[in-house]
Ligand binder design. Structure first.
Ligand code: AHM
Ligand code: MG
Length: 333
């Protein structure tokens, strides 16, 4: 494959589809650069004194790891000064982060989970960054949380980085999904996959099975049928994978097919699952749909959900279209 850099791809994409104006290109390049810096910190591990707890809690009541805090800082600092953003929001911050007065204000809003898969940080398992880009509403003067509450269908770009054996960046701006691999020696992102399509046929599923006793009947039914294997209603054996880093599970599904689930369950009826709508589910749903897959909350398309709160949680079923439709159908029955 001819070596195509992220910059070249973004410029060509703009020429072809007119979907990446210069300020959006700057935004994506700045986020990608921040991901490089995070990747470097992740790669240092104990040598960089970045492992372990930060001894603080985020708004969700989760204990923050040092790398959660470091990655959040890296993304904030990288994105403040360019003039492309009006505000940012993050899993690690209770309220939105407006652009400081000393910098010009741009037309985009950036949301991120700076380090997804926090429980895997200290054990050297793949982790990542997830981001979503929205347009600031027309006429917005002072950004507030309410300006962020747009459904996922309004996203203009979304992506994730995986810090694994390789560092990769997966990106969509609404014209398919491309993957870039970080060339560590050159410090550049090089396109390694174009127009990724999720295989429709699959024999793999991903769910945290330790929660099985709490699952609602439609999820239980669906998983029981997968587990029944060749002699069950599906007539084939399924394999299970659970990395506990959504980025890594989604990356596998993008390449090999499968379904990823984090359902709501009976433990806390008011808590709609674990994952957050605006900076985890929406960007992943955008990518998965652009790759020919589907993403629902069990009843409706994730990207059609009107957010009510910045840190709102949502049940997630995403991946190969047929599987997502099947389990969604079980919920509707
Ligand atoms: P995080 O953003 O705090 O890392 O939490 C999200 C992660 C997902 O990456 C992953 O799919 C899930 O939580 C794992 O949950 P569990 O600990 O139940 O396996
Ligand atoms: Mg996360």
């Amino acid at each position: 494959m001819k070596r195509i850099s992220l910059t070249q791809h973004l410029i060509e994409e703009q020429r072809l589809h007119n979907t990446i104006p210069a300020s959006l290109r700057l935004l994506i390049e700045v986020v990608a650069r921040a991901c490089k810096t995070i990747s470097h910190a992740v790669g240092k591990g104990a040598l960089g004194d970045v492992l372990g707890s930060a001894h603080s809690e985020n708004v969700q009541g989760e204990v923050q790891k040092k790398l959660d805090v470091i990655s959040n800082e890296i993304l904030l600092q990288a994105n403040e000064w360019g003039g492309h953003l009006a505000a940012m929001a993050s899993e690690e911050m209770e309220t939105i982060h407006p652009i400081p007065n000393r910098y010009p204000m741009g037309e985009y809003m950036l949301l991120f989970d700076p380090l997804d898969g926090s429980s895997n940080i200290d054990v050297n398992v793949s982790i990542g960054t997830i981001f979503s880009v929205l347009k600031a509403p027309d006429g917005m003067v002072t950004p507030s949380e309410k300006d962020f509450l747009q459904c996922g269908a309004k996203q203009v770009a979304a992506g994730y980085a995986v810090y694994g054996p390789q560092t990769v960046l997966v990106l969509t701006t609404g014209n398919g999904v491309q993957c870039f691999t970080l060339d560590r020696e050159m410090g550049s992102w090089v396109m390694t996959q174009r127009d990724i399509q999720i295989p429709a046929e699959t024999k793999e599923f991903a769910i945290n099975a330790s929660n099985a006793r709490h699952w609602h009947p439609p999820v239980k039914r669906y998983i029981d049928e997968l587990l029944a294997g060749e002699t069950g209603p599906r007539g084939k054996d399924f394999n299970m994978r659970w990395i506990a880093s959504m980025v890594a599970d989604v990356h596998r599904i993008l390449n090999r097919g499968g379904i990823f689930m984090y359902p709501a369950d009976s433990r806390e009826p008011d808590k709609a699952g674990k994952l957050r709508l605006m900076y985890e589910a929406n960007p992943m749903a955008f990518i998965v749909e652009q790759a020919g897959g589907a993403a629902t909350n069990g009843r409706q398309r994730i990207m059609d959900i009107q957010p009510e709160k910045l840190h709102q949680r949502v049940p997630v079923f995403l991946g190969s279209k047929g599987e997502v439709e099947l389990v969604t159908g079980y919920h509707r029955n």
